[in-house]
Design a binder for this molecule. Sequence first.
Ligand SMILES: Nc1ncnc2c1ncn2[C@@H]1O[C@H](COP(=O)(O)OP(=O)(O)OP(=O)(O)O)[C@@H](O)[C@H]1O
Ligand SMILES: [Mg+2]
Length: 319
Amino acid sequence: LLIKNAPVKQILIVSLNAAVDRIVYLPHLYLNQANRSTYSIDQAGGKGINVARALKALGHEVLVIGMTGGNTGNLIREDLLHSHIPCSLIPLSGRSRNCYILVDQSNNTQTVINEPGPVILPEEYQLFCHELNRRLEDAALLVCSGSLPQAVAPGCYGDFVAMARAHNVPTLVDATGDALGEALPAQPYFVKPNREEAEGLLGHKVTDENAVAAAQEIARRGATVGLISLGSSGAVAVWDDQSIFVPAPQVPTINAVACGDTFLAGCAAAILAQKSIPEMLYWGVAAGSANARAGGAARITRQDFEELLQQVTTLANQS
Ligand SMILES: Nc1ncnc2c1ncn2[C@@H]1O[C@H](COP(=O)(O)OP(=O)(O)OP(=O)(O)O)[C@@H](O)[C@H]1O
Ligand SMILES: [Mg+2]
């Protein structure tokens, strides 16, 4: 894979539906009753921002490009600023969404409520596309990750892939449903469905046994590399006439939220480091598993990643 502008190490990350995650800790969650929280945290969230956080931890320059509005929009901006994550955010007339994560400390379960996000006006979307096109000039890689806000067509990731191709920039897409299916004909470098998303896309069960064939179907639909992440089983990739199944190391799993986002960050880092496709998958699996072990939310460290990369590489060479 040829990376344009090799000396410019910037990874452009699209975050169309950024959110404020309000994480509320409760001694116990009782339905249909008043609950008292122990404490709560507000942080910028959304898949693109998770990818940015993980890439930052791995030592990469990123630029988050998106749209935000309202008091929640200001909070997202502030949090990114404090996390030293550069961003270019088009101001919206609507208000960025909240996502509520209710953590029940009695059994360590999480109940998540995701708001749909603001309605985007056509002129706001146009401003975003203009900014994306401008930023692609200096990008080495484009990452499109996460759900779409209201009134944005499901074909938008496909349009972004095409825009990036015009700048010789490869694109990685992490999406669900129509946004995923409609990105494929534009020929992204890869899409990253998890097992359920791949099943939705292909219309049949995806097991560890048929995962290589399923990834082949995804490649036939337009991805350069057919790829599926398989949770604690690891991940699979096919390209040209080759394929690889990379098992995940067994780690004590504290929380698997954002494993896919961290996996994507690992793959992006490997692409920037001009690694081979098998190595790209090792990096992805190691980063994803580091997240499962660290407790989710894409808060991994470089040291954790490197330790697990060794384990993943050893495991892959044994199988
Ligand atoms: N329980 C686990 N133990 C070890 N590694 C894990 C575990 N869960 C996930 N991973 C790692 O993270 C990668 C991505 O996980 P998964 O397929 O679950 O992503 P996902 O469902 O898209 O996650 P999300 O959308 O919440 O970010 C896997 O390929 C694996 O390397
Ligand atoms: Mg996912």
